[in-house]
Design a binder for this molecule. Structure first.
Ligand code: FAD
Length: 432
């Protein structure tokens, strides 16, 4: 409800129908993933009850969004349709298809991206000039939540949320997701506690054992808190600059999507890599998804992802790099796995970061910079993080835990040695 100018505009104009459409058709392969379905269920449940408390009703419908929005608009005889502007290519196409009845509101970015263009009028593809330009605009203050809603007399029918079966049942793999409480009340409370810690972000953000990041990503993705709300709460706090600069990466990822809508499926730079495929690559991929690569930092990250639908950023980088460079598996397979398992899966952020790691992005590290997982684990002091997520290794001392001896019971052998993997990756690049 907070900083949702579309809701505020609709409520300001009189009675209105609030509609959420679950559209698995329009996004194609980017339909909402399994972990996010769990989040969506709880988020809609809370949003529906918030709206009811304020006198409104949330209508739930499933199907192709353009058709359903048009149908509901006709049913309630709506003169205008208010929505938040999105940047995913399939939503942009849907927005165009709805024609001039649709009024789009900026709420998903710090600055409306239409304003952040290069001198030739194109969306930015390189972060530094993007951020310089973004910083030259003031971030608009967030709008306040609307407290009184009114539904029209004749509402169209709504689906039952439970009939959507968004929660897993057999098996219930989401029991570990109880660390999260979707919805804007929790988002506000996370922001409040983050305000006390944000000054340490610059020193702690890369240390997964300390968990020194905000954990706001799924709340941001689902619109439960707005980037402008976060910006205005934290900008006055001394030492928050590094965090705000990272928050702007989210806007940058959307700019990168505008510049190249196919960023999620197509390498931006053709670097001719002979990716591995076939049964041995498939077996390695599966071991990676299960957190059984024999590299503790990678395994800890992948198990954290499976258990709670989220992974620390530094570890995402290490685990993604391991898949692409050590296992020489196409970044798109990793992107798909993250898409299905992350509660914060986001087209721009996920695609941009995978391409950055793979060295295929426009503004990315080169492919032949190969992260050493054990070195990274030591450098960022990941011992306690590993103990938490890889219980087989919990008893190991700090000097062993990053690279355990081969006889630790129950822990797998390395899928591939670091130096061997490095050589293989470099030659795949040269001769591919
Ligand atoms: P904080 O460090 O507290 O940052 C605050 C916010 O800033 C984040 O919530 C996020 O919205 C934004 N942000 C921070 N870093 C980045 C970044 N590198 N790129 C874009 N936005 C950023 N983030 C997603 O939100 N969704 C994804 O699907 C996603 N996939 C990723 C895949 C890979 C391979 C990698 C390396 C990173 C990915 N990220 C993704 C970026 C980053 O890991 C997460 O945004 C971050 O870990 C979320 O935790 P946080 O909210 O505690 O972040």
């Amino acid at each position: 409800m907070d900083d949702q100018p579309a809701i505020a505009a609709a409520a300001g104009a009189g009675p209105f129908a609030a509609l959420y459409v679950l559209d698995d058709e329009t996004p194609g392969a980017f339909g909402i993933g399994a972990a996010q379905r769990w989040w969506l269920h709880h988020s809609l449940e809370r949003l529906g009850s918030e709206m009811e408390k304020r006198g409104g009703t949330l209508i739930l419908r499933r199907g192709k969004s353009v058709d359903i929005v048009s149908e509901v608009a006709a049913h309630v005889n709506a003169g205008t349709i208010h929505a938040t502007r999105h940047y995913e290519p399939w939503w942009q196409a849907s927005e165009r298809a709805l024609g001039n009845k649709l009024v789009l509101h900026p709420a998903d970015t710090l600055i409306p991206l239409e304003e952040i263009k290069t001198s030739s009028g194109e969306p930015y593809r390189i972060y530094s000039p993007f951020y310089r330009k973004l910083s030259s605009f003031p971030v608009d203050p967030p709008s306040e939540a609307t407290h009184r809603l009114k539904a029209p007399a004749r509402l169209p029918p709504s689906d039952e949320l439970t009939a959507w079966n968004l929660l897993p049942s057999k098996p219930d793999w989401a029991s570990g997701f109880s660390v999260w409480r979707p919805g804007e009340e929790e988002a506000r409370s996370k922001l409040k506690s983050w305000k006390e810690k944000v000054a340490s972000y610059a020193h702690q953000r890369d240390l997964p054992s300390l968990q020194g990041t905000s954990e706001l990503s799924p709340f941001l993705h689902f619109g439960e808190i707005s980037p402008r709300r976060i910006w205005h709460a934290l900008a006055p706090v001394p030492g928050s600059e590094k965090f705000l600069k990272e928050l702007a990466w989210r806007d940058f990822a959307r700019s990168a999507v505008l510049a190249d809508p196919k960023i999620g499926v197509k390498s931006q730079r053709s670097i001719d890599i002979a990716w591995r495929s076939g049964s041995s690559a498939d077996a390695d991929f599966e071991a990676w998804t299960r957190g059984e690569t024999g590299y503790p930092i990678v395994d800890a990250g992948m198990r954290q992802l499976w258990k709670i639908g989220w992974m620390h950023n530094r570890v995402r980088m290490i685990a993604a790099s391991f898949l692409v460079k050590h296992l020489l598996i196409d970044w798109r397979r990793g992107e798909r796995w993250f898409w299905d398992t992350l509660v914060d899966a986001d087209y721009g952020n996920n695609s941009l970061n995978w391409q950055w790691i793979a060295g295929t992005g426009v503004d990315s590290q080169p492919f032949n910079r190969i992260m050493a997982p054990i070195g990274q684990s030591r450098k960022f002091d990941a011992g306690d993080y590993i103990r938490r997520w890889v219980p087989e290794l919990a008893a190991l001392a700090d000097d062993l835990i990053h690279d355990p001896p081969s006889e630790v019971a129950g822990y797998p052998q390395k899928l591939v040695g670091h130096l061997e993997a490095r050589e293989r990756a470099l030659s795949a690049r040269q001769h591919g």
